[in-house]
Design a binder for this molecule. Sequence first.
Ligand code: CDP
Ligand code: MG
Length: 139
Amino acid sequence: MHKEITLTIIKPHAVRDNNTAAILTMMSQAGFRISALKMIRLSTFRTGEFYAEHEGKSFCEQLVEMMSSGPIIVAILEKDNAVSDLRQLVGNTDPEKAAPGTIRRLFGKSIRENAIHASDGTDNAIRESAFFFSDMERF
Ligand code: CDP
Ligand code: MG
């Protein structure tokens, strides 16, 4: 066991629905420490950069449109096994397939509007954290 970081984003629809506090509370109660946190709005250009791995996929254009449709909450979370533990707390990409009690099951609306993003590996967690936060914004 060693301390690890992961990057999470509360997606625009979940912020709009006023679920920010409930989602952050679930993360805190699961043992994650918030080491960086902010509310921002991404341009379509910056969203495209963030999701470069999905470029060319059928859902990419609508994903970028959805993610840039309003403010998001971005956070770096720290914990032992943060990446896999957060993916477990988040649940399946499709909220209907996500296990009961997971964030996507509770707050997701569709496979696209699935409430939050969570890094899928330690390398991506480091890349995504650097994408959003400067050294001055991380503690
Ligand atoms: O977020 P996760 O790693 O679970 O899934 P992904 O396959 O990396 O897809 C990234 C995001 O694209 C998802 O979280 C959804 O918001 C969106 N997506 C979509 O709009 N339609 C799909 N068929 C699959 C994913
Ligand atoms: Mg992914």
